[in-house]
Design a protein around this ligand. Structure first.
Ligand code: FE2
Ligand code: FE2
Length: 305
């Protein structure tokens, strides 16, 4: 894969986590939002509105999707998006712990330290927003499997530097892909569109910071560490992407769970939506030397490459 003009330009314009943090602090002060006050959580939901754009549903474009009535399709998108958002809570918690640990006894007056606290506060509000949104939309929340939950705990305790920040970046980019795709679609529930809009806006700052941290960590890194980090990041990304759609969300929406899982795994429409949306992420990983051959294997398995 080649490095694009965009990513080269981004590398030139950004001058490390310190300078970028300064700009992000100013931007957050102007533009931060609060879903708890902005959304009327008691407003009744329009039964004709979807939980996400139908095209972003993991079964869209399949025979199984066509067999559903519109009412069932709406229910499916609501449960599915609740699964995506509440799995987002899982990795936002991992992320918060990793960022806190990274800044433990840090330089309190540095822009990097202060920006990190803003990011943690953002994530805390996001997780609360996702919890409220899934509660309102379907009254159900979802978690990764017990094994993946345990892997996440180990990752959160051990990951450092580029491994921590690149995994953060992948998790943020993948969630961003879904939310960006649905935030301007008036077929989607208005409060969910607001949730998506807030998250997309605030995550764009987080992703910028994560990219700077990854770039800085990768400077002068040797072959062995690069290979090892790339592989761990890719396996973590696989666990994140494959956990987004909990099979239980299908049965909660009234579908045959096993058939729905098998259908999603074969759904070329959904895979191509994911791949196309992750092009810039893959270009970035390539530009910093983290898209190695073994890592590419896991990204392909996760259908984001
Ligand atoms: Fe977030
Ligand atoms: Fe974030």
């Amino acid at each position: 894969m080649t490095v694009t003009a965009d990513s080269v330009q981004a590398t030139r314009l950004d001058q490390g986590p310190g300078e970028v943090s300064d700009r992000l602090i100013a931007s957050a002060a102007r533009l931060s939002r609060n879903a708890m006050t902005e959304i009327d959580w008691s407003e009744p939901m329009d039964p004709s509105k979807y939980g996400c754009s139908p095209e972003w549903c993991s079964l869209y474009g399949t025979e199984m999707w066509d067999e559903l009535t519109e009412e069932q399709q709406i229910a499916l998108t609501r449960y599915e998006f609740a699964s995506v958002m509440t799995n987002g809570i899982w990795f936002e918690m991992i992320l918060q712990e990793m960022v806190i640990r990274d800044q433990y006894l840090g330089e309190y007056h540095s822009p990097e330290f202060q920006w990190s606290l803003i990011e943690i506060a953002d994530e805390c509000r996001h997780s609360l927003m996702f919890a409220k949104a899934s509660e309102k939309m379907v009254g159900a929340s979802y978690r990764p499997s017990r094994f993946v939950g345990w892997l996440g705990k180990a990752f959160m305790a051990l990951a450092r530097n580029e491994v921590a920040y690149a995994a953060i970046l992948v998790a943020e980019e993948v969630l961003d892909v879904f939310q960006r795709g649905c935030m301007n679609d008036d077929r989607v529930l208005p409060f969910v569109r607001t949730v998506n809009e807030i998250h997309v806006l605030e995550e764009s700052r987080h992703m910028k910071f994560a990219r700077e941290e990854v770039r800085e960590s990768m400077e002068g890194v040797g072959w062995f560490r690069r290979q090892f980090s790339a592989l761990i990041i890719a396996i973590a990304s696989f666990a994140i992407v494959t956990s987004l759609h909990d099979p239980k969300a299908y049965s909660d929406a009234g579908l045959d769970r096993d058939r729905a899982v098998a259908t999603r795994k074969r759904n070329s429409h959904f895979h191509s939506m994911m791949r196309t949306s992750c092009v810039h992420l893959m270009e970035f990983l390539d530009s910093v030397g983290l898209l190695t051959r073994p890592a590419s294997f896991w990204y392909r398995r996760a259908r984001i490459l």
